[in-house]
Design a protein around this ligand. Structure first.
Ligand code: 3HC
Length: 351
């Protein structure tokens, strides 16, 4: 545990205050909720004009529940854009892993943004991290949240249980958004009493780089909520699109059947995975082939998506499960994040 924290600290080149706060994360004796930097910065100073536009909503405090790959990315871009972000997960280990992801991503960004300016890079990283509060206490983490973004595992019961709890404890003003990649947002919202303040915010991996956010409106979503979510996405530097609550929204409805068909092509012995990848990169101009993308997105995530759709639409051949994918997931091979998927990886970034 400490080793992870020390690595964060070493690379963080951070102020002593932040170091102490981060170390606090590693000590179970600390209170369950602890600001990295307490919210000393006055709310007024944060309620500023972003990108020259007056904020059309009052979202300042954003809580991200679930600090996996997507949650970490969402928290990072929100903090980079001056929102106060609270990240909450149930175990210290997940929080630390998420913070390491954020740290590494910030390092990559600053290398490009501040190639010859170590001071500028350090300030950018410090400023971003200073906006992030880590918490294991769901109660405290939403007590002044304007927006809660759920980014936990793709399991509908788990999401509904979470939203039911959140609805009981979050103040009435709080807007709820799910980053679900495949479930009906309506089904998630209906366990709450705030369906008018509920929508989907679907981000893409890697969140710091991918420009798109699908802003999902259910029938009950109020215009004010939808506009706030749309504007919030713009303030993250993203290009949002409006989506209805249909399976997979726009991107996954097209992308997941495409990736599954690539797996079926492999199963039928029509081509090798590397040739299929090469073909789609060179012949269709995709940045990654379908197997590279499957490993990148996570085989577990893709399996959750396809299984969920297959259950709802058992007759649709586009959503048939795949034995190959099931076996890999059963063996704990989820792609890049576990080091093995359709390819083997030495590190999280390279085959
Ligand atoms: N944070 C910050 N910077 C990052 C980063 C991250 N997480 N990941 C990559 N980068 C930077 C690298 O440092 C590198 O910077 P440089 O140009 O200064 O060297 C640059 O991005 C390019 O990275 P790489 O050289 O490692 O690799 P690529 O050129 O192949 O780019 C990629 C990586 C942007 C991921 C590109 O391959 C790509 O666009 N792939 C497709 C991704 C995609 O389709 N995502 C959507 C998946 S679907 C989804 O998420 C929905 C969900 O619901 C399932």
């Amino acid at each position: 545990m400490l080793a992870v924290g020390q690595r964060i600290l070493k690379s963080a080149r951070h102020t002593e205050k932040l170091s102490h706060e981060l170390l606090g994360v590693l000590h179970p004796s600390r209170p369950k909720s602890f600001p990295l930097f307490s919210r000393l910065i006055s709310t007024a100073s944060v309620q500023k004009q972003r990108n020259g536009e007056a904020a059309a909503h009052n979202l300042q405090n954003v809580t991200v529940v679930g600090l996996g790959l997507m949650g970490a990315g969402i928290a990072q871009v929100a903090a980079q854009n001056s929102f106060h972000v609270t990240v909450v997960d149930e175990q210290d280990e997940y929080l630390q892993r998420g913070m390491v992801m954020i740290r590494k991503s910030l390092d990559r960004i600053t290398k490009k943004k501040f190639p010859n300016e170590p001071k500028g890079a350090e300030k950018f990283i410090d400023d971003t991290l200073s906006k992030v509060t880590i918490s294991r206490n769901i109660l405290k983490s939403v007590e002044d949240a304007d927006l809660v973004i759920e980014a936990i595992t793709e399991n509908i019961e788990a999401k509904q249980t979470l939203f039911r709890t959140l609805d009981e404890i979050a103040p009435p003003k709080t807007i709820f958004a799910s980053n679900t990649s495949s479930f009906s947002v309506t089904e998630l919202a209906k366990v709450t009493e705030r369906q008018d303040r509920f929508g989907g915010l679907h981000f893409f991996n890697p969140v710091p780089l991918m420009s798109l956010v699908e802003v999902v409106r259910i029938q009950e979503t109020s215009a004010a909520t939808f506009n706030a979510l749309f504007q919030f996405s713009k303030e993250l530097g993203k290009s949002p699109v409006a989506c209805n609550d249909t399976p997979g929204f726009i991107v996954n409805r097209l992308l997941v059947p495409y990736m599954m068909e690539a797996v079926r092509m492999l199963e039928r012995g029509e081509a090798t995975s590397s040739d299929i990848d090469k073909a789609m990169k060179l012949g269709a101009g995709y940045p990654m082939g379908p197997f590279e993308l499957l490993d990148y997105v996570g085989l577990d995530t893709t399996k959750y998506i396809i299984d969920g759709w297959h259950e709802i639409y058992p007759g649709n051949p586009l959503f048939y499960p795949s034995e190959t994918l099931n076996k890999l997931v059963e063996d704990g091979h989820f792609g890049r994040k576990t080091g093995v998927g359709f390819y083997r990886y030495k590190t999280a970034n390279g085959k």
